[in-house]
Design a protein around this ligand. Sequence first.
Ligand SMILES: *Cc1c(COP(=O)(O)O)cnc(C)c1O
Length: 408
Amino acid sequence: MSTENLLRSFGTVKGQLSVGGLPLGLLAARVGSTPFFAYDRRLITERVQLLRSVLPERLQLTYAVKANPMPAVVQHLAGLVDSLDVASAGEMLVALDTGVPAERVSFAGPGKTPAEIRRAVAAGVVLEVESATEARRVLAAGDALGVRASVAVRVNPDFAVKGSGMRMGGGPQQFGVDAEQVPALLGELAGADVDILGFHVFAGSQNLRADILAEAQRRTVDLVLQLADHLASPLRYLNLGGGFGIPYFAADEDLDLARVAENLHELVDGVIAERFPQARPVIELGRYLVGESGVYVTEVVDRKVSRGKTYLVVDGGMHHQLAASGNFGQVIRRNYPLVVGSRADEAPAETVSVVGCLCTPLDLLGNDVELPPAEVGDLVVLFQAGAYGLTASPTAFLGHPAPLEVLV
Ligand SMILES: *Cc1c(COP(=O)(O)O)cnc(C)c1O
């Protein structure tokens, strides 16, 4: 998204960027040290409200906790969405701490160990099993604990979704059970003491193309129509995945949410309601709910000119916000939107490069960006930091202290 739009969505106060209604300088003083991450509660709430206003009423919204597992963020979202999706036992505990009922927590992800599965079965969450081995571990844990576990089978679809930043379905995958193997697995589980609720299909992440997302959703429903014939009881859970992307870069267009919603209305109020009246249809979103609500705030510690090129050296870097340095899944490095948050109303007047404090040329946060003249002590703010920021970054690299996080 453009920096102008991002500045507008956060707002400005007294010439400074505002986060959660507070001028940045005051927020920095309250936090007490830079760098830090700040997430704007209002923006998260508004994003969920926007989705609710366009999506079918029957369609439930799940938050994929891995996008931002800060407990306060998860707690805030727990009050807004219908359920939480976790991908580790650690995330499961954070989700359960919010008070969301266990049956509204689903646990996906490959390589769940017997110990993790035992914890999940004991907790009573829905296990989205990714292989026959995991399914057998669930049965064993249920037996040992005297608990009838709830299971959904994660399916690796027989189609791929183009245009995703990260493809996680179609072709060979470590994720899910290949669609053609699902009937045999269901046959094996038939009669076992386990509750098979339905299916989970997640084809990919960070997709900005509404037409491609819509096609993936249609093909997912077609696939589930076939697979549901192999279930012993009516389908009760249908996780259609998500993959809604956010515009990280100035050239990216926003996802056409209206178009995605229109397709979901057709599917959810049409074939899903008719064929699966007992099913709980779900979409699971991570970055779309939180990504644009977060900023990473750093302080300029040095300003230097090297052979005609001006550098702002900040006290943060790729060890906290790896994605902004271009080293988290990008093929071509592009600048994340950034501003001098302490001079939010000043016009750009020079071209500078913003670099982090790590002793590696990889630690580049903004290459040749137009900014107002910033001095030591000014606050440089990187946008699009609400998802896959701190917890997706190599915080131990170079041994600097960890940043704080606040939900404002
Ligand atoms: C990572 C993940 C998500 C969230 O992806 P976003 O791009 O953040 O929306 C959803 N579902 C599953 C299974 C995932 O692994």
